[in-house]
Design a protein around this ligand. Structure first.
Ligand code: ADP
Length: 307
């Protein structure tokens, strides 16, 4: 694997020639219906939401929206239904200048929806997700042009198809930096660990894999992957990372004046890592920058970086 040096910097011609390349994000887009509640309701309770908003969601599209605001050219590839929610998603991505020309419309399909209870007391979010839409397959991804792309970011889902997509990128552009998000364990996910240079795991993924400690999780993950950099975000404890050949390191959390909205914190964090690595920052600086970006975002509603 030659995409990254030991410290996580893009190696060789990767940094200079790819710096201006677009970020291509592959994953699902959803409609999120966010109900703001005073406190998280008990089971069987009936509560009134204090506010409601309908916004575009989906981990990769969230990260792309942040990356676009950081000045990157961004393209999203995924599936959409044929409904009003799909139009709303396209309009929202267009607002941030995230290109959606490669998106695949599924005839008669319903766009996935997330119902989110956001607690004003704690800032925590609890999500109920509904989806009934085929995910992007490798055949559709074959039709996506990769020229002009400088970084490809995948959600760790649909392993058999995503495996073939990663292989395609590797075959056509052996030095292309690829990052993979590990949000929750899925059967066959291990087959995706050979190919990416950067793994971006969540605490939920680590916990579901049986780990309560980021260092133990990373020590277990690193020998099983081609990635030279494994990172795990750890909520209010910041993030930890392991660059090949080095020790596990930790970046302390950055606290905003008040935690208001943690929806998408992990997606903002991932965008922060990708942005920093594309710009050639060393791993420690990249993780610190991502923790800072995500922490600031927890002090604001939504994914606008300013305001
Ligand atoms: P997810 O969105 O997947 O639940 P996390 O909760 O792990 O992701 O958050 C991702 C990153 O966002 C963390 O590594 C941390 O840097 C930042 N973050 C999350 N929650 C907070 C918080 N309450 N205060 C400050 N930063 C936070």
């Amino acid at each position: 694997m030659n995409g990254r040096d030991r410290d996580g910097r893009p190696a060789g011609d990767g940094a200079g020639s790819r710096e201006l390349g677009a970020v291509l994000g592959v994953g699902i887009a959803t409609l999120d219906i966010v109900n703001e509640v005073a406190t998280y309701p008990a089971e069987d309770a009936e509560v009134r939401a204090q506010a409601q908003r309908r916004v575009r969601g989906g981990n990769v599209t969230n990260s792309l929206v942040v990356l676009a605001q950081l000045g990157h050219r961004c393209r999203w590839v995924g599936t959409l239904g044929e409904d009003a929610a799909a139009e709303a998603i396209i309009a929202d991505l267009a607002r941030y200048q995230v290109a959606t020309d490669d998106a695949v419309r599924v005839a008669g399909g319903t766009t996935p929806t997330s119902y989110i209870a956001l607690s004003r007391a704690s800032g925590s979010r609890t999500i109920v997700h509904f989806r009934d839409l085929p995910e992007l397959d490798a055949a559709a991804f074959e039709r996506v042009a990769l020229d002009g792309v400088g970084w490809v970011h995948f959600e760790g889902r649909n392993p058999p198809e995503t495996r073939r997509m990663i292989e395609r990128v590797r075959a056509e552009y052996p030095a292309m930096p690829i990052s993979l998000e590990l949000e929750k364990p899925r059967p066959g996910l291990d087959s995706l660990l050979d190919g990416p240079q950067v793994l971006l795991a969540s605490r939920a993924f680590a916990a579901a894999s049986g780990f309560r400690d980021p260092a133990a999780f990373l020590a277990d993950l690193a020998p099983r992957t081609s990635a030279t950099l494994c990172i795990v975000a750890w909520g209010e404890e910041g993030a930890s990372w392991l660059a090949r050949g080095g020790p596990v390191q930790q970046a302390p959390v950055h606290r905003p004046p008040r935690v208001i909205d943690t929806i998408g914190a992990g997606d903002v964090f991932n965008a922060g890592v990708i942005d920093a690595l594309v710009r050639g920052l060393a791993t420690a600086e990249a993780v610190a920058a991502a923790v800072h970006l995500a922490g600031e975002q927890c002090g604001r509603i939504g994914l606008m970086l300013k305001g």
